[in-house]
Design a protein around this ligand. Sequence first.
Ligand code: COA
Length: 150
Amino acid sequence: MIFRQALASDFSSIYQIEQEAFPSNPWPKIQIEEAMVQSKINACYVLEKGNEILGYLMSYHILNENEIVNFAIKKSKQMCGLGSIMLDYYLDKIDSDSSVFLEVKRTNYPAIKLYLGYGFEEIGIREKYYSNGEDAIVMKKIKRESNVLV
Ligand SMILES: CC(C)(COP(=O)(O)OP(=O)(O)OC[C@H]1O[C@@H](n2cnc3c(N)ncnc32)[C@H](O)[C@@H]1OP(=O)(O)O)[C@@H](O)C(=O)NCCC(=O)NCCS
């Protein structure tokens, strides 16, 4: 299994995973394309096995703050530990003592359970944040040396 930066050629796999993972409100093509442009502040990673893209994680990075802005595992491969593997790789990559923020739908229990298991804590609520009127829970984790939970 390889965790690597996404290439332009990964777009169609990422777009398909996005549509299956978020059927009611997938990101439009243009937003995914923009997030896939790797830069000093933008990163998009994929998890690959053989020639198959199993998932992706998009994040922003400014100074010692990171934000996971999009993250999904291929629908047919969810609940097999791949989301945890991607988070492990991602947390290994970012600087120690940096913060990781993310927003998650209040009713997205699988994702919330995953993040809580990694030491993310709820730090706020954005009311009616999503287009369907659902609230977002804002979560934060500080990465310590050797990924110790804080
Ligand atoms: C959220 C997501 C990335 C998790 O990836 P995954 O590969 O399915 O997760 P894992 O198999 O690594 O599971 C890790 C933990 O998450 C939780 N979890 C994952 N799927 C779950 C489910 N359907 N129900 C309950 N808990 C679940 C469990 O706590 C699990 O730990 P356990 O094995 O000790 O029970 C994946 O389900 C997904 O792509 N969902 C759709 C897109 C999405 O919601 N992205 C997050 C947006 S913030």
